[in-house]
Every structure is written in C-alpha cells, then in structure tokens.
Ligand binder design. Structure first.
Ligand code: ZN
Length: 311
C-alpha cells in the first residue's frame, strides 16, 4: 500500500481554469495516461451548467470512461444537488464540494453563502444515501488560508465550517489554499486544529503554488499527519473566480519529493512524466510547469518501488 494518496485534480481544477477546451478524446487519453502512471484517484470533471463552464460540458462522458479503469476512484466536483444527481447518474465513486470559508469568494464561486453551502452538503449527503450509499462525499474548504477578495480568513471560521460540513454528512473535509496564500506554519496550525476537531474526517491538503510555497506547504501538512494530497499534472489550474490564483501543486514535483524521501506514492515517475505529452497535445500552447520535468530525475535516483514490492 502506498503511504500517501496523490489525488490528481488536473482534469477538473486544471482544465476549468484555462480558456481553451480540451477535446473529449484528448481528456480520455490524458486520464488513461495518468491511470497508467499509477494514480488511483482522479478528479475528472465538474458537474456545472455548460454555459458557465464549457470546458466541462462532457463531464458525464468523461466519468463513464474513467470508471472503466481498474482500481481508479473517480471523483467529480459538484456545486449543488442537480450536479450531484448528474454525477451519481454517470457513476462517480466520490463527490467533492467546494465550501468556501470566505463569504465573498463563496458568492462569486457558487452564488451561495458558506452557511447555504453547508445546507447543500446536507442535501447532497441525503441524496447520496438514497441513491448510492457507497459513494464518498468530500467537502473542500476553499480559501481556507486567505482570499483574494476578502483578504484574511479567520482560522476559527475555517474550523467551524469544517465541523459543520461533517455534521451535515461529509465523510472527509480537506483544506484548500485556493489562491496560494498559505505558508507552512499556517498549514501546520490549521491542519493540527482540523485533526483535533474532526479526527478521522480530516481530509486532503489542496495547495497551490502561486507564490512557490506549494511543495513546502504539502510537506508541512504531511508532518501534521495528512496523507492525501491534491495536485495537478504540469501545475495546471487556478480558480476562475479568484483573481490572480494560478497553479496547483505540480504532481510530478510532489511525487518526486515523496519518493525521494522514501514515502511511497504508488506512482511511476517516468510514466507520470510521460503523461505530460497527452496533456500538451490536448491543450496546444498552454504553459505547463514543473521543475522535475525540466531537470529530469537525479542520477542514481531510487524510487520506493525499487526497494519494496507493491501490489
Ligand atoms: Zn486548485
């Protein structure tokens, strides 16, 4: 068993943040390549009206393909009950909901206040219980470390919202640095509080690399016991409703860090780097990031798979 779960969010978080729309067949090829590299959780789509996000118009088709890949947990973002219904109909294994700690960001992103979003979590949790009780429901607390619209976000607000999401039925609650404001000391503090308050329900760290601290923030979260990390191949992503937000943590660099530390990810780095080709092919001209891809793997580098057998 890998010691950390790298949850790839590029096909959702990444693709919805770029202007161009990746054609469906390219999305499927890219997701196949990510799966072949060993990724076992991928956020493949967002179930929102196509007039708002034309990049996600093929969400159901993408899900129906992704669920055929063995061993893959297929996740989709849903902002409301209607989206959740469509995602469940398509056969997702896991739903993720954006619940913003900043009222300004919440209104801009989903046109609801944080309190209204908690009620949405409750409604979706009930829907899932009726239709597909095996499906997991995750709430990601967006702008948990700061907001481009509001500025500072009180840590008490973040923790209270996380507790409310668990009470409303979320299985996991993660913290998202949607706009790249977090620093490692803050990440340690907030995840420590989160784990103290909601225990096993404490979920993923979703870090952005906007100011170059994405990897350092992931390490800080790891030190606090976090074992699921969202990342995006080539650092694709941002937030269309958060001005200045750019770049999720680069999957390749994050996997390299963990593997170099001897923390197993279950991911083959060479195949992961190869998955950049279908990404680039599907989004011609779009910049992709990543230091590991530029520099290559160090001489004598030994990933954890070379020292221990993995299933
Ligand atoms: Zn993101």
């Amino acid at each position: 068993m890998p010691q950390v779960l790298i949850s790839e969010v590029g096909p959702r978080d990444g693709l919805q943040s770029v202007k161009a729309t990746m054609p469906t067949e390219h999305k499927l090829r890219w997701i196949d390549a990510l799966h072949a590299a060993g990724l076992r959780e991928i956020e493949v789509a967002s179930f929102v009206p196509a007039r708002l996000l034309p990049q996600m118009a093929d969400a159901a088709e993408v899900v129906r393909h992704a669920i055929t890949l063995p061993g893959l947990v297929v996740m989709a973002l849903v902002p409301n009950r209607k989206g959740a219904q469509a995602a469940l109909d398509a056969g997702v294994h896991k739903l993720t909901m954006p619940v913003s700690a900043s009222p300004a960001h919440s209104l801009a992103n989903v046109r609801k206040t944080p309190t209204e979003m908690v009620e949405e979590v409750r409604a979706i949790s009930e829907l899932r219980r009726e239709l597909a009780p095996q499906v997991r429901l995750e709430a990601g607390i967006s702008t948990a470390f700061g907001c481009t619209l509001q500025g500072l976000v009180a840590e008490d607000d973040v923790i209270r919202l996380a507790v409310q999401c668990v009470e409303a039925g979320a299985d996991d609650v993660g913290l998202s640095d949607t706009v790249g404001y977090a620093n490692p000391a803050q990440v340690r503090r907030l995840f420590r509080r989160l784990r103290a308050e909601i225990g096993v329900h404490a979920g993923a760290a979703h870090m952005h690399n906007t100011r170059g601290l994405g990897i350092a923030n992931c390490l800080a979260a790891f030190d606090e016991g976090v074992r699921t990390f969202d990342a995006s191949l080539g650092g694709l992503g941002g937030c269309p409703y958060a001005p200045g937000a750019s770049g999720n943590v680069v999957t390749e660099d994050l996997v390299f860090m963990f593997e170099a530390m001897g923390v197993s990810t279950g991911i083959d780095l060479d195949k992961l780097l190869a998955a950049r080709a279908p990404l680039a092919a599907g989004l011609p001209g779009e910049p992709v990031y990543g230091m590991t891809a530029e520099a290559g793997l160090p001489k004598g580098f030994a990933p954890t798979t070379s020292t221990q057998q993995q299933a």
